[in-house]
Design a protein around this ligand. Structure first.
Ligand code: DC
Length: 229
């Protein structure tokens, strides 16, 4: 099944615009969306909720394997439920991202989430957003993008995003956190953040969101993966 359903993988560091771009492309094409970072964020959140230490790898792997999450869309609004409860923006804070990055460095946690991510691959297609979508989860994807931007630009964007969500944060501490998270995500031994050998790297530092979405839909159309909408 995985081989027949078209998959667009969008990997890259935090704050490069993957989330926004992925959901806009998925919406434009009518494809499914996998926000794999949310699964790591929710695993960390479930661990905190159940009093499990963020370095207890076997217990965290059990939490990941049994993760009770749902992503319903109600009246056009995507929701995220953990154990039946709406999590709202609580998984989007810098602290939640930091915790997600910690649990994501653990091989047993990554293994426990692998099949759950592959299950998102359903007709008519999938946009998969993460760090290892093109390298590990969907290695046969017909179009792989590595989306990046300078750390300063990513910190500025994250700052704006948090402000809009009503979450307070300082720009300089966001930059430090982004640099620390980049280091952990790229240096971990299992599924480190890196472009797949056959990925196209797109630096979005000077590109607007619509420009990136247009480039991606054009690439999909060029490869015969969509009808160019
Ligand atoms: O994309 P995000 O910021 O929501 O991801 C949160 C953390 O999860 C990030 O620091 C690294 C980790 N992650 C990962 O290791 N692999 C993925 N496919 C997605 C996210």
């Amino acid at each position: 099944m995985t081989a027949k359903v078209p998959v667009l993988t969008i990997d890259g560091p935090g704050g490069a615009g993957k989330g926004t771009i992925s959901s806009l492309v998925a919406e434009r094409l009518g494809w499914h969306l996998l926000d794999s970072g949310a699964l790591y964020r929710l695993t960390a959140q479930a661990a905190v909720k159940h009093g499990v230490a963020l370095d207890d790898e076997p217990a965290l792997a059990t939490i990941a394997a049994e993760l009770d999450v749902a992503f319903p869309v109600e009246e056009g609004q995507p929701r995220t439920l953990l154990e039946g409860e709406e999590v709202g923006q609580t998984i989007r804070t810098e602290q939640a991202g930091e915790r997600a990055s910690q649990v994501a460095a653990l091989p047993l946690v990554r293994a426990a989430l692998l099949q759950r991510q592959r299950d998102f691959c359903q007709t008519p297609g999938l946009v998969a957003d993460g760090r290892d979508m093109g390298t590990v989860v969907f290695p046969d994807a017909p179009l792989k993008i590595f989306l990046t931007a300078s750390a300063e630009e990513r910190a500025r964007r994250r700052h704006l995003q948090l402000q809009e969500a009503g979450v307070g944060a300082s720009l300089s501490s966001l930059l430090k956190e982004i640099q620390a998270r980049d280091a952990r995500d790229t240096q971990r031994s299992v599924a480190p953040l890196k472009p797949a050998d056959d990925a196209i790297t797109l630096d979005t530092t000077r590109l607007s969101i619509p420009e990136v979405v247009d480039q991606l839909t054009e690439l999909l159309a060029q490869r015969g993966l969509s009808n160019g909408i």
